[in-house]
Design a protein around this ligand. Structure first.
Ligand SMILES: [Zn+2]
Ligand SMILES: [Zn+2]
Length: 229
């Protein structure tokens, strides 16, 4: 081991210790929800279940991955999301899931100049921020419904950094009692879920009081389009 590396190690350790001591918020799950595009089966030929990554309520499902992906819509294109092209000009619409500052998920859609897109029945601008229940359609072409698939959120005893702080629903302070089970939203908000005095704050509200995302104690969609078959 060289002297330089040896000299670096104490520094690295001290940085690590420093990070531990100054990090007040425990890591929040990277993604507690995922955008799914539900593609109306009446809008394309073929078996909906054979396209995309499965089907829900008769619609093919496209799971929107983290980061930037492209949605090829040229004639004969397979119904799937691909890695975004790096060359310009942009040929396919680009999608990217984003989180607003308060933790609410949004889906960014960037449309090439050559495409005409309708969003919620109106002509779309080139860049649009969509939310759950929005829908978009290339003219003429598939209808894509924006749905949010909620993954089960973290539950467990209150992390040390929350102990002594109030629950935003009942204002009772969180304790380090391992039998007190809490629910943690994607935005970092902690709520009582199961506590000996009977505090079940996460069950008493439908949505997070901070970011307004639905409380998801089970996996699944928080909304599904009413598709005509
Ligand atoms: Zn509470
Ligand atoms: Zn929240």
């Amino acid at each position: 081991m060289s002297k330089t590396v040896q000299a670096m190690i104490p520094n690295m350790q001290s940085v690590e210790t420093l990070e531990k001591s100054v990090a007040p918020v425990p890591p929040v799950p990277a993604s507690s929800s995922t955008f799914h595009l539900l593609v109306e089966s009446t809008a394309f030929s073929g078996n909906p279940a054979a396209a995309g990554e499965g089907s829900v309520a008769g619609a093919a499902v496209l799971v929107v991955p983290a980061g930037v992906s492209a949605l090829p819509i040229h004639a004969g294109a397979e119904l799937r999301l691909t890695a975004a092209p790096t060359e310009s000009p942009m040929e396919a619409p680009i999608l990217e899931p984003i989180l607003l500052r308060d933790g609410q998920p949004r889906l960014l859609l960037v449309i090439p100049a050559s495409c005409a897109v309708r969003v919620n029945e109106g002509r779309a601008p080139r860049v649009i921020v969509m939310r759950e229940r929005d829908q978009f359609q290339f003219e003429p072409g598939h209808v894509f419904h924006v749905a949010v698939f909620c993954h089960r959120q973290q539950t467990g005893p209150a992390p040390a950094s929350y102990v002594g702080k109030p629950c935003p629903i009942c204002l009772t302070l969180f304790t380090d009692d391992p039998a007190s089970i809490c629910y943690r939203c994607q935005c970092g908000t902690l709520l009582h879920l199961q506590d000996s005095p009977g505090l079940e704050c996460a069950r008493a509200v439908r949505e997070c009081p901070h970011c307004h995302q639905p409380i998801s104690l089970e996996e699944g969609y928080s909304w599904l389009p009413n598709l005509e078959s």
